[in-house]
Design a binder for this molecule. Structure first.
Ligand code: B1M
Length: 207
């Protein structure tokens, strides 16, 4: 069934992905397995096809829409109810970057772990991050970038948070981002995937 989810995702069949996710849940599959072995593997396969010019942006967009629809079905199960927030995280995809699936996943996992999330969406500027962090009295600012061209902008945001006088850490992530790059731009936190992002935020707040 997880394979069927991958296939439906590759074809961008949103309604079918939603239906298959519901069926998988009803058959006892865990939300984590559906996410990791169904939706994410499907998206990885699509990434390879995109790279090999076997699919193009329109197909990737409809698959992304199907992925988000599937994730929305899983979200209530990944998010625990009635917990006092452990802290507030302002999250967004940085300026010039429109990729939001990974960022949404990180936001969802953090929500599930008990954090309040202020999501700035995509194409978010340094000013937006600083204003939202100030307004929400955030404990952490979290930046996502999927392009080598936009990850460079993370440095501006780290510097803007520092210059604003808000004494809160910045965590960065996304496919091209590395721990070395985080060190280079003086971002205190880095995570390679959504689960590690939860651990990293907890580490930053425990200091
Ligand atoms: Co784009 N794209 N894309 N794309 N796209 C990539 C990223 C690319 C690697 C494809 C390729 O060439 N193989 C390539 C980037 C090359 C590079 O710079 N190194 C690329 C390109 C080139 C482009 C365009 C420039 C294409 C064009 O127009 N010629 C263009 C740029 C648009 C822009 O942003 N300005 C573009 C456009 C798009 C779409 C809009 C069509 C679509 C995005 C739709 C959407 O997000 N709503 C899209 C997609 C879907 C992809 C691929 C296929 C899939 C990305 C994805 O969602 N992965 C991608 C290829 C690939 O990655 N295999 C590709 C699934 C997701 C769960 O993983 O986002 O990596 P990911 O998130 C992970 C981790 O990175 C991490 O945790 C997540 C879960 O484990 N993580 C964090 C992410 N953020 C984090 C933050 C953290 C911590 C961890 O802390 C805060």
């Amino acid at each position: 069934m997880l394979n069927d989810i991958q296939e439906a995702l590759l074809k961008g069949k949103k309604d079918e992905v939603e239906k298959l996710v519901e069926q998988a849940l009803a058959s006892g599959q865990s939300a984590a397995a559906i996410l990791n072995e169904g939706l994410i593997v499907g998206m990885d396969r699509l990434g390879v096809m995109f790279k090999n010019n076997e699919v193009f942006i329109p197909e990737v967009l409809v698959a992304a829409r199907a992925m988000n629809a599937g994730m929305a079905k899983l979200e209530p199960l990944l998010v625990k109810e009635g917990i006092q927030p452990k802290g507030t995280v302002v999250i967004g995809t940085v300026k010039g970057d429109l990729h939001d699936i990974g960022k949404n996943l990180v936001a969802m996992m953090l929500k599930g772990a008990g954090y309040k999330i202020v999501d700035l969406g995509i194409d978010a500027s340094a000013d937006q991050f600083v204003a939202a962090a100030r307004e929400s009295q955030a404990n952490v600012v979290a930046l996502s970038a999927l392009l080598t061209t936009t990850m460079i902008g993370m440095k501006t945001i780290v510097q803007a948070v520092e210059a604003s006088g808000l004494k809160i850490p910045v965590i960065i992530g996304g496919a091209p981002v590395t721990r070395d790059y985080a060190d280079e731009i003086k971002a205190e936190g880095y995570a390679a995937d959504a689960a590690s992002a939860v651990e990293e935020v907890a580490r930053l707040l425990a200091r």
